[in-house]
Write a protein that binds this ligand. Structure first.
Ligand code: HEC
Ligand code: HEC
Ligand code: HEC
Length: 157
């Protein structure tokens, strides 16, 4: 009987310890700034793994821009229109949100991180009405995607 109650006491003590540790962990997390909610992509998989994209999309877009504007070449995976097609956010009325909406994919983190980009003063921030996301993605050659992914890995290093 006394053996059993000491076992029970041990269980209570251990449970309390576990609960204290868990509360500490949860508390520490609650104290951190919550992450932004990034809208889900409409199709396929990204031009590089999402963690690479999170870290390196700025330089990838810069790379695409350099090649296209300065060298007259096109890196299909680096086209801003590709990003916009897959990352379009429905406006619930059959269209898509523009960058004037806080729901826009590119603003999800930028608003949060207080980053401002001027890209959409010239570039469309939602898909061209006639282009379906499926059409746009099927045009991207695998070789261009692979080259871009390699580049992104390099930049991430
Ligand atoms: C073929 C469709 C497609 C294209 C093209 C595309 N993406 Fe993605 N992207 C995805 C998918 C799928 C994910 C994974 C997360 C998801 O499902 O939303 C993703 C993830 C990301 C993430 C990480 C988001 C997060 O949850 O943290 C970023 C940033 C990103 N993409 C930026 C871009 C940029 C910039 C471009 C243009 C260079 C681009 N993407 C082109 C489909 C695409
Ligand atoms: C997963 C979060 C996330 C998403 C989604 C995202 N960005 Fe970013 N972006 C960032 C962060 C964070 C920075 C700032 C990085 C830094 O300063 O090192 C940034 C910086 C940039 C920069 C460089 C700005 C500067 O002044 O240096 C460009 C360009 C850019 N993003 C373009 C885009 C475009 C275009 C989209 C939508 C297709 C997009 N980003 C979506 C997180 C994101
Ligand atoms: C002053 C207008 C202007 C601004 C601002 C601008 N661009 Fe561009 N961008 C252009 C023009 C013009 C081209 C060449 C168009 C073409 O190749 O069809 C281009 C091409 C590109 C390309 C390669 C071609 C393509 O279809 O995507 C990328 C990527 C790009 N820009 C990204 C960006 C990003 C990212 C920003 C913001 C940091 C930005 N641009 C801001 C005018 C602009």
């Amino acid at each position: 009987m006394s053996e059993r109650s000491s076992l029970e006491r041990l269980i209570v003590v251990v449970s309390l310890l576990v609960m204290t540790v868990l509360a500490g962990i949860i508390g520490a997390h609650a104290g951190e700034v919550p992450l932004p909610t990034v809208p889900k992509a409409t199709a396929g998989s990204c031009v590089a793994p999402p963690d690479v994209m999170r870290r390196s999309h700025m330089s990838m877009l810069q790379h695409g821009r350099d090649l296209s504007v300065r060298q007259g070449e096109r890196v299909e995976g680096g086209r801003l229109t590709g990003c916009i097609d897959c990352h379009a956010v429905s406006d619930g009325k059959g269209g898509h949100e523009t960058v004037s909406s806080p729901q826009h994919f590119c603003r999800a983190c930028h608003d949060y991180a207080a980053v401002k980009v001027d890209c959409f003063e010239c570039h469309a921030s939602r898909p061209e009405p006639k282009v379906k996301a499926s059409d746009a993605t099927s045009e991207v050659p695998a070789s261009a995607l692979a080259a871009l992914a390699d580049y992104a890995e390099e930049v991430a290093r």
